[in-house]
Design a protein around this ligand. Structure first.
Ligand code: ZN
Length: 310
């Protein structure tokens, strides 16, 4: 199959290959069997098969950032960025033409990663990627060429007459993908998400601790004439946080400041004592639901501030 005979997705920006790569022949049939995989690749395959979030596996957990449509755009662009993919490399289609499958099935360029996927109803882009990848590995429809995993999610694969229905084609560096997924657990990601949520409501981020490590809290923002100091705390522990941790949180907010203080935290982790202490320091408490409201364009800050004044 020649590239110029394939359907063109020029308008969406998608390209089948990078300009400089050369195609390397391979077969989907594993030789030798089992494959000679290095340790990193073996671990990556195990993760993709059983452990990554939002797949059909007892070992898999749910991650809201992956699962919820509200976060889809944010999460998927973060994954692409971390994997060093651009719009040239990823496309979502209603169906995948057999010609496209044939183009990648026996030879690939191992220099560029590509993702061509179909989405189920209500499924996020990241969920779709993880589901197709997991299916492909579970059904043995993959191989490793150099360090690249090439995988096809195909149903009704008929070896005799070569027919199939393909719903996903992926060629990527799985270790990059896993690194990107681990980012979803990090505080930094929640910081970026919170910034985006506030920006959607007219707040301007004027400083953050990534550009300015001496900033004691995560970021400072501004709307109209007011400035806000925002700190995000993610606690992995079960149950409520200790008085020591409350003290640590308070330490992030300077005492002598005109900034209004916002703490983004899972409020279920705070007991009455902690809430009172934070309240006494005029710290506004924000949880994930408030962030979701912000993302949908509903600014809860004026309401929370008003309630506080009473
Ligand atoms: Zn290429």
């Amino acid at each position: 199959m020649k590239k110029d005979q394939l359907p063109s997705f020029y308008r969406q920006g998608f390209e089948y290959d990078c300009p400089h790569g050369s195609r390397k022949e391979y077969s989907l049939f594993h030789r030798p069997r089992p494959l000679n995989l290095n340790e990193a690749m073996e671990t990556a395959l195990e993760y993709l098969l059983w452990y990554v979030p939002n797949i059909n596996s007892l070992q898999s957990s749910k991650n809201e950032l992956i699962e919820k449509a509200l976060y889809d755009e944010f999460t998927f662009s973060l994954i692409l960025e971390e994997m060093e993919l651009t719009e040239k490399d990823a496309i979502f289609l209603k169906f995948i033409d057999d010609d496209i499958v044939e183009y990648y099935r026996e030879a690939i360029c191992t220099r560029c990663q590509k993702i061509i996927l179909t989405q189920a109803d209500g499924e996020t882009k990241t969920s779709s990627l993880l589901r197709h990848l997991r299916n492909a590995i579970a059904h043995g429809l993959f191989n490793v060429v150099d360090d690249m995993l090439v995988a096809f999610d195909m149903r009704n694969y008929n070896r005799e007459n070569g027919t199939y229905i393909c719903s996903g084609i992926m060629k990527l560096y799985p270790t990059h993908l896993l690194k990107a997924l681990s980012l979803l657990e990090s505080e930094l990601t929640h910081e970026k998400l919170a910034e985006l949520a506030f920006e959607r409501n007219g707040y301007e981020i004027i400083d953050n601790d990534r550009d300015n490590p001496s900033l004691p809290f995560d970021f400072r923002m501004k709307k109209e004439r007011r400035t806000y100091a925002v700190e995000i705390k993610k606690f992995e522990i079960e149950g409520i946080i200790s008085p020591m941790e409350v003290k640590d949180i308070l330490g992030h907010f300077p005492g002598d400041t005109d900034d209004r203080k916002i703490l983004i935290v899972d409020s279920a982790k705070l007991d009455e004592n902690a809430k009172k202490q934070l309240n006494d320091e005029k710290i506004l408490l924000f949880d994930q639901r408030n962030i979701e409201a912000l993302l949908m364009g509903e600014d809860k800050i004026p309401k929370i501030e008003k309630a506080k004044k009473k």
